[in-house]
Design a protein around this ligand. Structure first.
Ligand SMILES: [Zn+2]
Length: 403
């Protein structure tokens, strides 16, 4: 049943048994791993694309949640730019107040706080919330839901902006979120959120955007329908290149603002691509299976030739690729990653050892499977010596290629 409107959900892609994407495992740990069936469907009524099986939130967003937003220079710049723009527009009135749902390590609110603007991050993962605090950001360690929003409003007054980056699509229980936004947002306030875009996922066959944390894969059409369902309206959209292709959506109370022309333009683009058609989504599922077959064949061939293959970036999204394609330590020697909390551990489900970034060059492998393909430009720029040494990159989005 659709978590937005209660309509029936038609499944179009089954990515099999998958672990929690961030459950990096201590090699000494012998307890059984948690697995769930990762399958995606579309609501026949509101067109929302969503996971068929839900993972309990406490399993995903806990004390040790390892993703830190500030890890990438590109992302730091992205959020600084957004903060600057919000300060000039929505937050330029008298004594403005902004709330961020899932503020992570405070990458965005830091700039807001430095400008002297009232702000609050609501972040359930204790570890990253602590980092945000040390960056001078006000944080409440909590899940954002109606009860939280009511308390925040009582304490701080109405919000001019409620913002969420790569968080809103994580939350299946949208009804409580919208009730919270309704309670907290001022009459002319906006709810701004950015998440991976279904249009990009289908166009690029970036199926690794599908994992436990990404419960919804939004399109302008499904977000507009969801907004209406809860008394809000989609008033602006902006395509973003980060994280492999996202859209930043702006919602206002129904009738409070005139929608920008960009909304109708993106809706028309989706119509043109037939994005809401189940046939399009089934074709996408077929392309995903082709990538799996091609990637497995390539890695097995390289192994048969005695080549060394290492993976680059133990990203959350790589869990889907490794587990769906059956890539383990038999095909990939190790994966290097800059996150200390992941080093010395095994990737979830697929059990590939994670080693520090400098292991990559000791010595360079013949091939590097680029799990962090959405940061390809930044990484390839940094690793020019690897290419000069004859190293090749393996990419699998939008199809399997060796560069
Ligand atoms: Zn629905």
């Amino acid at each position: 049943m659709c978590r937005v409107c209660g309509g029936s959900v038609e499944e179009f892609l089954d990515l099999g048994r998958q672990p929690l994407s961030d459950a990096f495992r201590d090699p000494a740990d012998t307890r059984p791993e948690y697995f769930f069936r990762l399958a995606v469907g579309q609501c026949a009524t509101c067109t929302m694309v969503q996971l068929v099986e839900e993972v309990p939130r406490e399993r995903m967003f806990h004390e040790d949640y390892p993703y830190h937003s500030s890890g990438s220079a590109v992302m730091r710049e992205h959020f600084q730019r957004l903060a600057g723009r919000l300060l000039e527009t929505e937050l330029s009135g008298a004594d403005p107040f902004v709330v961020e749902i899932g503020c992570n390590d405070g990458i965005m609110l830091r700039t807001i706080g430095q400008a002297g603007v009232r702000h609050l991050g609501v972040e359930p993962s204790g570890g990253v919330a602590e980092v945000a605090r040390s960056n001078g950001v006000n944080v409440r360690t909590d899940f954002f839901q109606e009860s939280t929003a009511v308390e925040v409003r009582e304490e701080h007054g109405p919000a001019d902006v409620i913002y969420a980056a790569n968080t809103f699509c994580h939350i299946p229980y949208v009804e409580s979120i919208f009730a919270g936004i309704d309670a907290l947002l001022g009459p002319d306030g906006v709810f701004v959120f950015e998440d991976p875009y279904l249009g990009d996922i289908v166009a690029k066959t970036s199926f690794d955007q599908i994992y436990d944390e990404h419960f919804y894969l939004f399109s302008a059409r499904s977000v507009a329908a969801m907004a209406r369902h809860f008394g809000f309206e989609l008033v602006d959209v902006e395509r973003l290149e980060v994280h492999g292709g996202e859209v930043r959506y702006t919602l206002a109370r129904l009738g409070a603002r005139t929608p920008a022309p960009a909304v109708a333009e993106l809706l028309a683009e989706e119509e043109e691509a037939d994005l809401a058609n189940l046939t399009t989504l089934r074709r996408f599922a077929g392309n995903v299976h082709t990538i799996r077959d091609d990637l497995r064949t390539l890695l097995k061939d390289l192994r048969a030739q005695g080549k060394r293959v290492v993976a680059y970036g133990a990203t959350a999204k790589s869990a889907t690729v490794a587990n769906f394609c059956g890539i383990g330590p038999d095909l990939v020697e190790f994966v290097c990653d800059t996150t200390p909390a992941k080093q010395g551990r095994l990737t979830p489900g697929s059990h590939i050892p994670v080693r520090p970034a400098d292991a990559f060059a000791e010595p360079y492998p013949d091939y590097a499977l680029l799990f962090a393909w959405n940061h390809a430009e930044e990484i390839m720029g940094k690793e020019q010596e690897y290419e000069q040494a004859g190293g090749r990159w393996i990419l699998y989005v939008p199809k399997v290629t060796v560069e």
